[in-house]
Design a protein around this ligand. Structure first.
Ligand code: PLP
Length: 410
């Protein structure tokens, strides 16, 4: 691929000015924004303000004075705007896992005579663990039915109570059709919980347009909220007042400061809040989300597709001797914002890449995964990353003992 072509892609890139909003170390090509988004430069100042001025000076009065108490709703609204949600239908709270547990517990009550929870083998295993935990909690009255991702549509049958579907496969990048699967589920009386962890801010999501009813997702991946940033959950307006929150805490009470002895759920989506929010982390996310204020997600998706094409073409040019097999073999509308290759020595190759400043990650058993985050990646980054990959493969420099040693996190 000619250097001139890559330069012209960067020159014509309408998103290139966003890169300077992020803190990125020199010499690093960061292809892991789908696992932990980069740090927006505006965030450290906000954290310092919340800690020093608000907590340090205003102390407890900050709950009113600095509106800490409305953070879950305000941050939720910002996220809602990015995923095509109706007004007042998203809150920010807890982790994705906890939010999934909450919505799944509520959803199985909405389809009371059915006993099947459906998911697919391309789901992130964590979500399956949460389903399995809830089934135990419910006295093993429910059953998890797992099908292959390609079979999920035909598996939406009338005995299914709830389907838990992660839109984008964390390994291959395959993307389910949210509009079709939602329509089919509704016509069969199934509640679907969409997991948007690899969707939100990776491409335009249209919850309202698809008629989606329930969704969860995290904010530390494409949303750049920071490690372990609080997650979000969505409940469609029609369903909101039918939800019985299983974790019925005071933040979801209709009048928490009345201190009534009985729980009464708040109206709307906020009943899904449970305990006190982590104000520092949620404030960091609040500021991180402002990066997206003037960003057109259609442009983000278009650039992501071009970054993908360049990456795939450059690796293909290296020829079959690399032993790398493209795993993200889906059409543009059927994939998320990542590219994955399989290689039997994937783990060691990824460690060698990271050692040389090309940061992606490894997913068992053999996947090299690279996240494509158009706000802070250039076409030149992709060219350079594949050049380094090529050098590593040609020299076999990955085959050193230090690159075979597994860390706790891969
Ligand atoms: C990243 C991710 C999660 C993470 O859940 P946490 O509760 O934040 O650990 C859950 N589900 C999917 C599909 C993910 O990609």
């Amino acid at each position: 691929m000619h250097a001139g072509h890559i330069k012209s892609l960067d020159r014509a890139d309408p998103l290139q000015s966003h890169r300077e909003k992020f803190e990125l170390p020199d010499g690093v090509i960061y292809l892991d924004g789908n696992s932990l988004g980069a740090l927006p430069k505006s965030v450290p100042g906000r954290i310092a303000e919340v800690v020093n001025k608000q907590w340090g000076h205003s102390l407890i009065s900050s709950w009113n004075k600095h509106e800490w108490i409305t953070l879950p709703a305000r941050v939720g609204s910002k996220i809602g705007g990015l995923i095509g949600a109706e007004d007042n239908s998203v809150v920010c709270a807890d982790s994705t896992s906890v939010n999934l547990f909450k919505l799944l517990s509520a959803a199985v009550r909405l389809t009371s005579d059915r006993k099947i929870i459906l998911s697919d083998t391309g789901n992130f295993p964590n979500d399956l663990y949460v389903i399995q935990g809830l089934i135990k909690q419910l006295g093993d009255n429910f059953e998890l039915r797992l099908v292959e991702p390609e079979e999920i549509s035909t598996a939406l049958t009338e005995d299914v109570a709830v389907a838990v579907i992660t839109e984008v496969d964390y390994r291959t990048g395959r993307r389910h059709n949210m509009a079709d699967l939602t329509a089919k589920s509704k016509s069969t009386g199934i509640k679907v919980i969409w997991d948007l962890c690899h969707s939100a801010d990776a491409f335009p999501v249209d919850l309202e347009g698809c008629g989606a009813e329930l969704a969860v997702g995290c904010s530390y991946k494409y949303l750049n909220g920071g490690p372990g940033a609080p997650a979000f959950l969505y409940v469609s307006p029609e369903l909101q007042d039918n939800i019985h929150p299983p974790l019925s805490g005071w933040m979801g009470h209709s009048a928490p400061f009345n201190f009534d002895l009985d729980y009464r759920p708040a109206e709307g989506v906020s009943r899904n809040l449970c305990g006190t929010p982590g104000v520092i982390a949620m404030s960091a996310l609040d500021t991180a989300l402002d990066v997206w204020q003037d960003v057109d997600l259609q442009l983000v998706q278009q650039k992501s597709q071009k970054l993908f094409r360049l990456f795939a073409d450059l690796v293909e040019e290296l020829g079959p001797k690399t032993g790398l097999t493209l795993k993200t073999t889906f059409s543009e509308s059927e994939r998320g914002s990542q590219i994955a290759f399989a290689h039997p020595q994937g783990y060691a190759i990824m460690q060698a890449l990271i050692d040389q400043g090309v940061i992606g990650d490894f997913r068992t058993p053999d996947i090299l995964r690279f996240g494509l985050t158009p706000l802070y990646l250039s076409f030149e980054d992709i060219r350079r990353a594949v050049e380094i990959l090529s050098n590593i493969m040609q020299s076999n420099s990955w085959d050193q003992p230090k690159y075979h040693k597994r860390g706790l996190v891969t």
